[in-house]
Design a protein around this ligand. Structure first.
Ligand code: PMP
Length: 441
């Protein structure tokens, strides 16, 4: 449909497009399952799902393709105030897999992306509690709007002269490899990072904290995997101070952790669950799910919130197909198994290569920390960037957190349907790239 040569594509792209998040001069023309191809026919293994796990069920999953085609013949857009069959069925399917006490006991607002869903969550928390302060963590990322950028825990990585939203503050996250409190590791500490939430509420707020928002494992910030007992303490503190606990599972949800939700992996219950990325099987879809009893009844159908494309019938149809596929194919179990395989090989690589400081895995959500020196743990920002480029050249797309965190994490979030052969090939490419990069040390 859009035939053009690679050179032409690169030239024409430059003329009118703003990328906003870097520009990789690869013209991607086709994607299927765990692979994609550029206009020269070169094949890549997609260890990132293009963007942080979005195509968790694989590119162009046939079930999603069929659902989108069928719905496209029925309706594209229906005003959010109306009832719509695709929207209704999607809400039933999502409610049925919601974690803990939310299961079939929740309300949800459907939107198109993670930022919209998190903005919805913050507004829900504020309107439900009548309070308006919010606490987040260092190394978090909750979205690109001005309010959500105020939740970021690192000023230098915010990307511009954005103002700081009043009443938003950050606490240290559970970064056990580089503990802010000088502790040796999660087995030896007193959960000082969780206790920081208590201090922030008691001493750092104006007494109006509506919510604490957190990614269970920070996806952009660096894949720090906290111990289970951390979440237990956070939950207790939220309950003690009547602060709603928003868990942002935009990256970690929909089977990636080895469970449907990372909240289940860590045995913790959110008051509000935020999900997007993999939820639509590649279509723009997000949901803010709130346990019954939190959002006051009159607000469920009142006029306080709208995103025009919220609950798009086509996206909802894609979401129905995605949830069915995850359940039918038992993808959480597959993610647990493949995640273990990947982590095993990466841990072996860590003993072999001096630039791998840490490997952190939760199912198929894995971060590899690249350092200049294992003893000093000095982050190797340029090294991680170089590994990314080398691997891409050899035919595997990995993630880096270039402008986020310390920028030295290589991230693995491939489709959950990745085969063993694809996993092994992609890891061979990564190992070669790490070895090549280390020559400059
Ligand atoms: N939350 C998390 C954890 C994310 O990783 C992202 C995007 N990377 C967002 C929210 C925002 O999602 P979107 O870009 O779809 O608005």
């Amino acid at each position: 449909m859009f035939e053009m040569s690679t050179q032409d594509a690169i030239k024409r792209d430059k003329q009118f497009l703003v990328h906003g998040w870097g520009n990789i001069p690869v013209d991607v023309v086709k994607a299927k399952d765990s692979k994609f191809w550029d206009s020269d026919g070169k094949e890549y293994i997609d260890m990132l799902c293009q963007t942080a796990g979005v195509v968790g069920i694989g590119h162009c999953n046939p079930k999603v393709v069929a659902a989108v085609k069928e719905q496209a013949d029925k309706s594209f857009h229906i005003l959010t105030s109306f009832i719509n069959d695709a929207r209704t069925v999607f809400s039933e399917k999502l409610a049925a897999v919601a974690p803990g006490r939310m299961k079939n006991n929740c309300k949800m607002y459907i939107s198109s992306g993670g930022s919209e869903a998190n903005e919805t969550a913050l507004k829900m928390a504020m309107i439900s509690t009548g309070k308006n302060e919010v606490i987040s963590t260092y190394f978090s990322y909750h979205g690109g709007t001005l309010a959500l950028l105020s939740l970021l825990g690192q000023s230098y990585s915010r990307g511009g002269p954005w103002p700081r939203y009043p009443g938003f503050q950050q606490i240290p996250n559970a970064y056990c490899y580089r503990c802010y409190f000088g502790q040796k590791g999660p087995d030896y500490c007193n959960l000082e990072c969780a206790e920081a939430l208590r201090h922030a509420i008691k001493y750092g707020s104006a007494g109006n904290v509506a919510a604490f928002i957190q990614e269970p494992v920070p996806g952009n910030g660096g894949h720090m995997v906290p111990p289970k007992r951390y979440f237990k303490r956070i939950r207790e503190i939220c309950d003690e101070y009547n602060v709603l606990y928003i868990i942002d599972e935009v990256q970690t949800g929909v089977g990636r952790s080895g469970k449907w939700w990372a909240a289940e992996y860590f045995d913790v219950e959110p008051d509000i669950l935020v999900t997007s990325k993999a939820l639509g099987g590649g279509m723009p879809l997000a949901a803010t799910v709130v346990r019954n009893g939190i959002l006051p009844e009159p607000l469920i159908n009142d006029q306080w919130h709208i995103f025009t494309f919220g609950g798009s019938p086509i996206s909802c149809a894609a979401g129905c197909a995605t949830i069915d596929f995850v359940n039918e194919e038992k993808l959480p179990d597959k993610a647990a198994r493949q995640g273990e395989r990947l982590a095993k090989r990466l841990n072996e690589m860590m003993t072999k290569y001096k630039s791998i400081g840490d490997v952190r895995a939760m199912g198929m959500f894995i971060g590899v920390e690249i350092v200049k020196d294992k003893a000093t743990k000095e982050p190797w920002f340029a090294g991680a960037g170089n590994i990314f480029g080398l691997a891409l050249g050899k035919g595997a797309l990995y993630g880096t957190n270039g402008a986020r965190g310390n920028g030295n994490i290589i991230k693995l979030k491939p489709p959950l349907i990745l085969t063993d052969a694809e996993a092994d090939k992609a890891l061979d490419i990564l190992e070669e790239s790490i070895a090549e990069n280390e020559k400059s040390l």
